[in-house]
Write a protein that binds this ligand. Sequence first.
Ligand code: HEM
Length: 149
Amino acid sequence: MNHHFLLIVHLLSAAIWVGGHLLLVFAYLPKALREKNQRIILEYEKKYEPVGMPALALLVITGVMMAYKYGVSIENWFHFETSVEKVVSVKLTLLLITVLFALSAQFRVIPKLKNNADKLSEMSFHIITVTVIGVVMLVLGSFVRFGGI
Ligand code: HEM
């Protein structure tokens, strides 16, 4: 598939993934914490999930396809040897951490948060970490056009 097309899909997905999380961190999370109302977060998550998860899946698919076009295939991953391969390997590591946080939020935190506003601080930690990782992934991606890291 055309690299430019993959990049456009990658950028649109990044806008949805990072933008959605920044909106949560800067608009919904402070309101939920101020009002001690976990429902604000739970309702946002419910609406965002059907858009956010496909965006993350597209980021991985288009990212891996572009990595192949840069000559970074699966047998080179995690060697941390060449500049673009380093970007790809760090991004894949951060992706794994994101997935672990998403699973922890989904199966550990959210079920308890439904009946207990005290879990808001743990949920905030999950949300802020995933958002910061998303921003770091975006910044890392921007390095590729300058030759990698
Ligand atoms: C939260 C997840 C991710 C975000 C927010 C993200 C964001 C970005 C952004 C903003 C760019 C810059 C494109 C440009 O310079 O115009 C980029 C490039 C890139 N990303 Fe990602 N990315 C993510 C995940 C991934 C993953 C999982 C991979 C692959 C393993 C990947 C591989 C790449 C590659 C190879 C490029 C270079 C494309 C090019 O400049 O031609 N990304 N990414």
